[in-house]
Design a protein around this ligand. Structure first.
Ligand SMILES: [Cu+2]
Length: 81
């Protein structure tokens, strides 16, 4: 997942369920974090990746660092199927 001012590079990301997947955050521009609600993911402060195994569903992603005027627009969906 790539972040810039002020968006993620995709509106939706799809990963397979019940499979370990490495979630990686790349900041192309600015300083952003990534929080995935209900998935126990919070990438910020130098932590840039985490391996998760998730059940099927749709998870809300958002930037976890207050990064500027577009911060509240930094959302995306993680679809696990
Ligand atoms: Cu932000």
């Amino acid at each position: 997942m790539k972040a810039s001012n002020w968006k993620f590079d995709q509106a939706e990301y799809t990963i397979p369920k019940d499979t370990p997947v490495e979630i990686k955050l790349v900041n192309d521009e600015g300083a952003h974090g990534l929080q995935i609600k209900g998935a126990g993911v919070n990438l910020s402060n130098g932590k840039t990746s985490q391996i998760v195994t998730l059940a099927a569903g749709t998870y809300e992603m958002k930037c976890s660092i207050v990064c500027g005027t577009g911060h509240l627009n930094m959302t995306a969906k993680l679809i696990v199927q």
